[in-house]
Design a protein around this ligand. Structure first.
Ligand SMILES: Nc1nc2c(c(=O)[nH]1)N[C@@H](CN(C=O)c1ccc(C(=O)N[C@@H](CCC(=O)O)C(=O)O)cc1)CN2
Length: 301
């Protein structure tokens, strides 16, 4: 961050910190109520199969959190913790079994997968009705044609936070920074479906800062620590930071930070999500929400 960037609107009030953690806690409580109603009707809890291949430390933490919060929300987890040398056929066989298991409403395969397994083949093997990550091409297609779909959890969490603050998003200018299949593309689609005017920018876009400065809503998912400073922000904009970057400190410790320079951006924006405590907790809460939705949809048929 440059001095110029941090002082471009010196008189502005600091931005509100959007508490994604608190919102996620409330959302999980809603899911727990829905799960209790589902259990009363279906005679069983919603079920979530959780597959982790290998021992990536961050993935282990995320999977543990998902299973703990699932239990708290009245969702039964079926863990499948597989060794790092699992091959693709073994994983596909497991998914075929889970597709046919009536106790399983949702199948989550934690990403990234080890190099010997092709992510696309795995995602496409999941029954779209159990695809609680919303990554299967059937769900991607349904989202992009405005049909009901299981929607990727991180962008869904962003949308819920935006609708909570703004209500109707119609006509808002939204800029999404990043074009990944997991966040950037579905985020753009969700905002378009909510009647925003949407621009997606990425590493080859020209004058990224100027594009971002046109945004009432800025969603950043680029994976570059604190790349977005105050010079990218329209005064009063709502900024959602999807990045999770671990930065090594001189004392050998590390700290988590987002793709947004929170302090600098807070001098210009109207509201900003922090990292940690912003979008990350919403991702897990939305996974549970999707699992309940999948369970309800499967029993309705
Ligand atoms: N199958 C999937 N794999 C991955 C997804 C996904 O949505 N589906 N997203 C990410 C990882 N992820 C969930 O899986 C995830 C990332 C971060 C958080 C979170 O709550 N982060 C905390 C900070 C955690 C920390 O201290 O390290 C926060 O932001 O407050 C939750 C879930 C990739 N893989």
């Amino acid at each position: 961050m440059t001095d110029q960037a941090s002082n471009i609107y010196p008189e502005a009030a600091p931005a509100e910190r959007i508490d994604g953690k608190a919102f996620a806690t409330a959302l999980r409580a809603d899911v727990a109520e829905g799960s209790a109603r589902f259990r009363a009707q279906a005679g069983r809890q919603p079920g979530l199969a959780v597959i982790l291949v290998g021992d990536d430390p961050a993935s282990q933490v995320y999977v543990k959190t998902k299973m703990r919060q699932a239990a708290d929300a009245g969702i039964t987890s079926f863990p499948h913790l597989l060794p790092g040398n699992t091959n693709q056929d073994e994983l596909l066989q497991l998914i075929a079994l889970l597709n046919g298991d009536d106790q399983v409403d949702g199948i989550l395969v934690q990403l990234p997968l080890p190099a010997q397994i092709e992510e696309k083949a795995v995602i496409e093997a999941i029954d779209p009705a159990k695809d609680v990550d919303g990554f299967h091409p059937v769900n991607v297609g349904r989202l992009s044609t405005g049909q009901s779909a299981l929607v990727p959890c991180t962008p869904l969490g962003c949308l819920l936070l935006l609708q909570d603050r703004l209500g109707d998003l119609s006509g808002k200018k939204a800029v999404v920074v990043g074009r990944s299949n997991i966040v950037g593309k579905p985020m753009g689609q969700l905002l378009l479906n909510a009647h925003c005017t949407v621009t997606t920018v990425h590493s080859r876009s020209q004058d990224l800062a100027a594009e971002c400065r046109s945004a009432d809503i800025l969603v950043v998912a680029v994976g570059r620590a604190e790349m977005i400073d105050a010079s990218y922000i329209k005064p009063g904009a709502i900024v959602l930071d999807v990045g999770i970057n671990r930065i090594a400190l001189e004392d050998g410790q590390s700290r988590l930070t987002g793709d947004v320079d929170f302090d600098a951006v807070s001098t210009v924006a109207g509201a900003v999500t922090p990292v940690p405590g912003g979008i990350g907790p919403m991702t897990v809460a939305c996974l549970l929400r999707n699992t309940l939705s999948a369970a309800q949809a499967r029993t309705a048929h």
